[in-house]
Every structure is written in C-alpha cells, then in structure tokens.
Ligand binder design. Sequence first.
Ligand code: IYR
Length: 229
Amino acid sequence: MEQSEKIIGGHPFTRFKSITQTEKKSISKSIEFYKWLDSRRTVRDFSDRSVPREVVENILKSASTAPSGAHKQPWTFCIVSNPVIKKAIREAAEKEEYENYHGRMSPEWLEDLSPFQTDWSKPFLEIAPHLIVVFKKSYDILPSGAKRNNYYVLESVGIACGFLLTAIHNAGLVALTHTPSPMNFLSKILSRPENERPFLLIPIGYPTEETFVPKLKRKKLDEMAVFYD
Ligand code: IYR
C-alpha cells in the first residue's frame, strides 16, 4: 500500500490527492465555472427570507479553506442575525455613510458611484437575515496572553472573502460587499478583542422577488490580462 503520511524535517506531511483531469475535461470545467461565476451579481435588495443555519456554517467553512500566510487563517467571521444588533449596526453605518455622501467623498468618487445609485441609507443591514462581519487579525493572542504574529493578513483575508462570496453564490444566496467607512463601530458593537479589526461587512440572504442590478460590462481578457509566452 502507498504511504499516505510521512515526516519531513520533523513535521507531518500527508499525501496530496490530485484531481488531474484530461485536457478536454479541464477546458469544459473551466468554461462552465466561468459562466457560473459570471452570473454572480452584487445585490442590495434583500428579502427577509431566512437562511438555514447549516448553509451559513458551510459557506463559512468554505471561506476558511482559503490559503493564508503560514496557514494562520487570520480571520474571524461574526454572524449577526439578532435584530437588535443588526439595528445598532445599521444606525452606526448610516451615521458614517451620511457624512461620506455629504462631503467626505470627492465629487469624482460620487460620480463613479452614480451608476450604482447608492446613498447613505442602508435598510439591507436590517432586512438581510444575516450580516457576516469579517475581522482581520494582525496577530493572535495565545492562551498565555502572548502575542504571535500573522503574515500577509490583507492578502489572506481578501482571498478568504473571495472564497466566501463564491460559496454564497454556490448556495443560491446573494451578498453585498459593504464597506462602511470608517467601520471601527463594528469592533465596539460586537465587543471584538484588540487584535481584530473590521475588514468587510457582508449582508447575505435571498434577493427580493424582483431585483434590478446595474447593467455592467466586465473587462475583456485583453483589458485585464497580459500573456508573456
Ligand atoms: N461605502 C459607501 C460608498 C461606496 C463606495 C464604493 I468604492 C462602492 O463600490 C459602493 C459604495 C456605501 O456603502 O454606500
């Protein structure tokens, strides 16, 4: 029998089970996946329909499979379903966003946002059944109280959020990658420890029955990729 585990440099390694495909299968799978991913849209109009807890747990487990610096997984996902906490988050976010839309954002920024018809009002923060608040951990606090560094935290948490959005789409749910700014109010409302800083606020749920989204074009391959053959 093939050895499935061995010690390398004093550390345990396990055999990687490759899922190599034929070229034909790789091509068809890559097209299929691209088409499916291209059907994902950011949605701001949420239904209040509930989402099974198991689905939420599975999308979080999917996000946490993301690669991270030294495999530190430097993230905490807070799932807010409690209406009182959602209301507090909405009120704090709207307070900041009101200032953003009334002077803090440049005319250029406001012009760039015009196609999305966003404003300071954020009702989805109360309507969506769950808010996933993603925190990044620049360091860990060990049980002894000692600090232990994390690495490439922004890159790692960004990748995990990409996995999260993909998992949400796969479950037939929609999400909004929301960045109220500044968002330190989230640390306070959720009583997060000092090593955690808010990264993204992602309402998730089902869309309203009739939902319109901006008619967007995505960049063509030659506008976003350069091949050095
Ligand atoms: N955070 C604000 C503004 C905003 C900024 C960008 I860049 C967007 O893509 C969308 C919104 C808001 O949430 O309204």
